[in-house]
Design a protein around this ligand. Structure first.
Ligand code: NCD
Ligand code: ZN
Ligand code: ZN
Ligand code: ZN
Length: 437
């Protein structure tokens, strides 16, 4: 047994902040109190400590596109961003749609991870038998509109059958909700006009595409009774549908930092770098999304970390891949809001650790509490610096927030009691697959 005491911290608990010490024994939080002793001590000098973030939506690129991000670089970015658990999406090449591929991901790729991890499994039109076999996953992911990779479930009857099956097995359904038919029609029209500006791409995936898909997945989930998680919502229309149906559904809702902090006004400056699915929206949608974050309609914030090389992003707006990296900037962006007093630290931990842990049923994570894994992030609320592409750990090497001056940064990250990241350096590789309640 080994023990370490973190002295003089301000520990952000669910409904309050406790100033004192925290004792870690082996991999778990043993006790929070005053004047605690252990084999080793670390003085935090009054800094705030949050539960490590659980990012329920990341894309690492192995197998298939390790040159964009591999499990080591992606998980370094996580650790540097205060994220101690990542849930990885299935749209790799090949995608995670068979038990065999999932096991290969476990053995060959995720074993390099610096932080803890879990997997979303892909639904495809022909993998019902595989869905029956799998277990130990965060969710089954449905792509209702096409995005990076080849996964798409366009058939309503298959979608509904698969949801029924998930209900039977009590597995959560996670969706990328954009309507494929609307996207295809609009894309054809807009390409024909010859436009190649970033807003043309956004127009090819209008608010209506998101709203129609959300409407469909809500009605199907009311029939199938499955638990539902809607990824990266972006529009007022989706929010209205949710408020209308929420009481009859077991549903959770996610927002991504790029939709909270960027809008269509950034297209001109960022060009294809701002291309993401769903696209950046209007200022009005952004305001509605923030209101939903604050009133609790949005349950979690997750990065949708979707790294693509700068080179591929330099292609024109139709050819460039969709997605932006986000693991290293989510927490600083949110802490900067805390410093501006538009959010509280308690709200931040609900959105980024407590709620994701509950929604995805992750065992022993997501809170600073005796018995929980000692997944912790020490933050310096006074540290002010610019997002710097040169200092990023993500292999893609760029951020849509480059140059933004933010106040409030993670400085130390612990995964199950071990310091994995310390002031700009990765110290240790500690990752292990999470387990589920
Ligand atoms: C994601 C990717 O690149 O894997 N891209 C994106 O634009 N968000 C896929 C996705 O989440 O749709
Ligand atoms: Zn609470
Ligand atoms: Zn998506
Ligand atoms: Zn995604």
């Amino acid at each position: 047994m080994s023990s370490i005491v973190l002295k003089n911290g301000k520990f952000v608990l669910l409904e309050k902040v406790f100033a004192g010490d925290l004792l870690i024994v082996d991999e778990s939080i043993y006790k929070i109190g005053k004047g605690l002793k252990g084999d080793e001590e670390m003085d935090l000098e009054g800094k705030y400590v949050l539960p490590g973030l659980i990012d329920a939506h990341v894309h690492f690129r192995e197998p298939g596109a390790g040159e964009k991000e591999d499990w080591y670089t992606g998980s370094c970015a996580a650790a540097a961003g205060g994220v101690t658990t990542v849930l990885e999406m299935p749209n790799t090449n090949p995608p995670t749609i068979t038990k065999k591929l999932l096991d290969e991901k476990r053995k060959k790729y995720a074993s390099k991870s610096v932080v803890d991890y879990g997997f979303h499994f892909g639904a495809s039109t022909g993998n019902m038998d595989e869905l029956r076999k799998i277990d130990r996953i965060a969710s089954v992911k449905f792509y209702m509109g096409s995005t990076t990779g080849s996964l798409l479930v366009e058939s309503d009857s298959i979608l509904l059958d698969e949801l029924h099956m998930l209900y039977g097995r009590d597995i959560l359904a996670t969706v990328h909700a954009e309507d494929e038919r609307i996207i295809t029609e609009q894309t054809k029209k807009l390409k024909a006009t010859g436009r190649t500006d970033a807003s043309a791409y956004a127009e090819s995936r209008p608010n209506k595409a998101a709203a129609e898909a959300v409407k469909k997945i809500i009605s199907f989930s009311l029939k199938a009774k499955n638990r539902l998680h809607i990824c990266h919502i972006t529009t007022q229309e989706e929010l209205a549908l949710l408020s209308k149906n929420r009481k009859d559904l077991q549903v959770s809702v996610e927002a991504s930092p790029h939709h909270l902090f960027l809008t269509e006004d950034d297209f001109e400056r960022l060009g294809s770098l701002a291309k993401t699915n769903p696209p950046l929206r209007s200022k009005k949608d952004q305001a509605a999304l923030w209101a939903a974050v604050k009133d609790g309609t949005v349950d979690i914030i997750a990065t949708d970390h979707a790294p693509h090389t700068l080179e591929s992003k330099k292609r024109d707006i139709w050819a460039a891949p969709a997605g932006v990296p986000g693991l290293e900037t989510m927490l600083p962006l949110l802490l900067n809001e805390v410093n501006k007093k538009t959010l509280t630290l308690n709200q931040v931990i609900h959105l980024t650790s407590e709620n994701p842990s509950r929604m995805f049923g992750i065992r022993n994570k997501g809170r600073i509490k005796a018995g929980y894994d000692a997944d912790l992030v020490v933050v310096d609320m006074d540290l002010e610096k610019k997002v710097d592409n040169e200092k990023l750990f993500t292999k893609c090497g760029w951020s849509p927030f480059a140059g933004w001056k933010l106040k409030g940064w993670p400085v130390k990250t612990f995964v199950r009691g071990r310091l994995v990241y310390d002031n700009g350096k990765i110290i240790k590789t500690k990752g292990k697959e999470v387990s589920y309640v």
